[in-house]
Structure formats: C-alpha cells, structure tokens
Design a binder for this molecule. Structure first.
Ligand SMILES: Nc1ncnc2c1ncn2[C@@H]1O[C@H](COP(=O)(O)OP(=O)(O)OP(=O)(O)O)[C@@H](O)[C@H]1O
Length: 311
C-alpha cells in the first residue's frame, strides 16, 4: 500500500541519516467510533531514543501495540526490523514494557527473568540483568509483595533480558521514586550505548529532555511535530523573562509579544515571543527594574503550545 501523505500541519525537522529499524506508515486504527491513529507515519532510527509525547488518549499506546503486533492496523503498513512484527524470529530482537502488566504474583523477579530469558537465544546473564534493572535488592521476594515502583523495575528487567535490538517502554517511570528513576535512566543510557533503539512514552517532559535523541508529539491520533529536543523548543520561539519591577501584570500583558504574565511577590514572570523587544520596553518603562533573567522556553512550553494548536 502506498504511504499516505503526512497530515496537514505536521511539522517535521530533517532526519538525522540513520536507517529506520521500525516504521509505521500511513496507519489508521479505530476502535468503534474512536480513531486512535489517523494516517500516522513514524520511524524509529537505529540506536536512537525516540520519546513519544502526547496528551491522554493521543494514540501513543496504540502505536506501540501495532509495533508489537498486538493490534492490526485498519490501513497502512507496520514494519519491525525489516518485516511484520508477528514473525517469531523478529520478535527475538524485541523487548517491551507496557503500562498494564500482569505477571505471576507468586514468582520472584529472579524467577520471572529466568523464565523470560528462556525464550531468547542469547539472553543477558541473569545477575547482570537484575543488576542493570536495579532489581538485585528485591530479586528473591514474591512479585505480588513488591511495591508499585519495584514491580515496574522487575518488568523492566523482563523487558531487557533478551538483549533487545528494539525496546518499547510505555510510561516506564510511573510510580518510581527519584533514585529508582535515575537508575532506570542510567540503565536506558547503557542500552543506547550498546546500539539498542528505544521508543519511550512519557508524560514527564524532563524525562524526554534527559533521554531523547528525538521527540515525536502526537495529538488526536496524528503526528503533529517531530525533531530533537532543541528543534522542538525552537518550533515555539518563546522565551521566559523574569525581573523585579513595579510594572503591573495587567499593563504588561497588553504589550506586543507578551503571551503570559504572572506575578510572584516582587517578581514578574513573562513568556514572550519577541523577547528582545519586550526586554527593551521593560527597561524603558521601569528604569529601576532589577534582577532581569531571560531563558529559553523548555520542552514543556513547546509541548503545551503544539498540543493546544492541534486541539
Ligand atoms: N481497546 C480499545 N478499545 C476501545 N478504545 C480504545 C482501545 N484502545 C485505545 N482506545 C482509544 O483510542 C484512543 C487512543 O488511546 P491510546 O491508549 O493509544 O492513547 P495514549 O496516547 O496511549 O494515552 P495515555 O497517555 O492516556 O496512555 C483513546 O481514545 C482510547 O480510548
């Protein structure tokens, strides 16, 4: 089937040259009256971490489920490691950690990983796998007795035990404390260093900023933007300005280029599209203005702007 054209309004930056290891091409997938994905195109390049961002119900899990062969598309083509995802040999190269995972409660993480490893031709050493996933400290406790975060890490151990070439992580850090999340990130970086390609969905934008080579923003089943974190920030040329000033919130809110204004005690916080112009006016109208700071907008602001535009 020929690929469908990208939906109108998709903003895509230039590819970085690496060959794709997985692709969704012109995918449409509906559930009853709900179109979860609508002429959706996405590629995963070798050795990259692609962060899939989008509001609840955007279609992220549906995209991963198609790549895993858990769902069939209504239209379009799914490619995983050069062919359809249902192929058994191809599945040897695959690891996945989905959102709602049920594992046998009475087995320990060590037993779960040993069992999962038996499906793979060349699994990781058992202790090495437990260590990499940060599971060693509770590897011999029954899965059913673990905390939510510990269960997530045990699921991660199961996902990586087969030395996956392509790894899908659907909101992996939900429920993890700061330390466990840092350990997970270290482990993910280690996998990337070995050439593993990773698709990660997250609602934590700082996680995407910390890990992603590339970000894809999905809204209402459509890809609305993709590029590096810096490229995504640049798509919304907004900057944050803050300063101590006697100027009022309402007064500044009406200036050209000012998008949002908020006062916090003595400080005024602004988001502006034409920061230089706004800064010049601030200084002109309040010569006593002090402690001026201008920063790039974060991925969070870019994400909010993009998804609001698509709504
Ligand atoms: N099995 C299903 N049956 C019916 N509707 C479904 C099913 N799976 C997904 N949907 C619908 O498809 C849309 C996309 O869902 P999906 O789970 O892919 O979103 P998501 O981006 O992963 O959301 P979240 O961030 O909340 O996990 C939603 O409207 C959802 O209700």
């Amino acid at each position: 089937m020929p690929p469908s054209p990208a939906p109108r309004g998709t903003r895509t930056t230039q590819p970085h040259g690496a060959a794709p290891v997985a692709a969704l091409q012109g995918i449409t997938r509906s559930f009853g009256g709900v179109t979860a994905l609508d002429r959706f195109d996405l590629q995963l390049r070798r050795g990259e971490l692609l962060a899939l961002l989008g509001p609840n119900g955007a279609g992220k899990t549906t995209a991963i489920s198609l790549w895993l062969g858990l769902l069939e598309p209504d239209a379009g083509a799914v490619d995983l490691l050069g062919g359809p995802p249902q192929d058994t040999m191809r599945r040897q190269g695959l690891g996945a950690m989905m959102q709602d995972v049920e594992l046998p409660k009475e087995l320990t993480p060590r037993e779960l990983v040993r069992l999962a490893s038996s499906y793979y031709a060349d699994p990781l050493d058992l202790d090495e796998c437990l260590r990499r996933a940060g599971v060693t400290g509770f590897a011999d406790r029954a899965y059913g007795k673990l905390s939510g975060g510990q269960k997530r890490l045990a699921q991660f151990a199961v996902a990586i035990c087969g030395r996956p070439r392509v790894l899908f992580l659907d909101e992996p850090s939900v429920g993890l404390d700061v330390q466990a999340r840092e350990a997970l990130w270290t482990s993910i970086r280690g996998l990337l260093a070995t050439g593993c390609s990773i698709v990660l969905t997250t609602h934590y934008l700082e996680e995407a900023e910390a890990l992603a080579d590339r970000v894809a923003v999905v809204a209402r089943g459509r890809l609305i933007a993709s590029g590096s974190v810096d490229e995504m920030r640049a798509l919304v040329a907004r900057r944050r300005i803050s300063c101590e000033t006697r100027l009022g919130e309402a007064e500044v809110a009406g200036w050209p280029g000012v998008q949002e204004v908020r006062r916090e005690r003595d400080r005024l916080h602004l988001t502006a599209v034409d920061a230089e112009r706004v800064v010049r006016r601030l200084l002109a109208e309040d010569p006593a203005l002090s402690r001026l700071e201008v920063r790039e907008a974060g991925l969070g602001e870019a994400f909010n702007t993009l998804t609001k535009e698509a709504a």
